[in-house]
Design a binder for this molecule. Structure first.
Ligand code: SF4
Length: 198
């Protein structure tokens, strides 16, 4: 066998036998069917955005996957949400509520804008965020001006505002929670809580 080594001969022969045997079993058709059955990876061409689970004070890190580039004027639609493996709190894990976060986003009953029920009306109507924020600020200022207690009966400075309460979100970073606490307490509000009551 000039020009071909023993190793080359064996390699070529093995490939030929394998090809013939697989061909006899119709393996190429099976292979084609398998390839056709494999779904494309659903996170291809998605944008990853890191965020915090909205549910509770554990504040697990999440990654939100969306399709559509808003920088090109496209509508960005959330297609998947999962735990962030790099987040020190949850290391990629999510409890059942967190694992169902996408359902919150897609829920038909989810509120996406402020709702206002005017005096005497029996229904809520959507209003712009500016309208809602101005209305809340006006009501808080008027109530604080009317009810702020600077000193108690003994003349001791107390700076209390007892007629308004503040409900904040627990699912925030430490820094946001700290800033929120400082702002709310600086007004004299005592009734201050969040949805996780921590
Ligand atoms: S995933 Fe579960 S434990 Fe983590 S913040 Fe959300 S609700 Fe809390």
């Amino acid at each position: 066998m000039s020009g071909i080594s023993r190793r080359d001969f064996l390699r070529t022969s093995s490939a030929g036998i394998a090809g013939t045997t697989l061909g006899a079993f119709g393996f190429t058709e099976v292979q084609a069917a398998m390839v056709a059955a494999v779904k494309p990876f659903h996170l291809v061409n998605t944008t990853e955005t890191r965020n915090t689970c909205t549910y509770c004070s554990v504040a697990c890190g999440i990654i939100i996957y969306s399709k559509g580039d808003i920088r090109k004027g496209e509508h960005a639609d959330i297609v998947h949400i999962e735990g962030d493996a790099d987040h020190p709190t949850n290391r990629g894990t999510l409890c059942p509520k967190g694992a169902a976060l996408r359902d919150i986003v897609k829920s038909a009953t989810r509120l996406t804008q402020p709702m206002l029920r005017k005096p005497g009306s029996d229904k809520f109507v959507p209003v712009a965020w500016e309208v809602a924020l101005d209305k809340i600020a006006r009501a808080m200022k008027d109530d604080r001006d009317a009810n702020f207690i600077a000193k108690n009966a003994d003349g001791t400075t107390v700076n209390r505002w007892l007629t308004t309460g503040f409900l904040a979100a627990s699912a925030t970073t430490n820094e946001t929670a700290y800033a929120t606490y400082k702002v709310v307490r600086s007004t004299g509000i005592l009734a201050f809580d969040n949805q996780a009551r921590v």
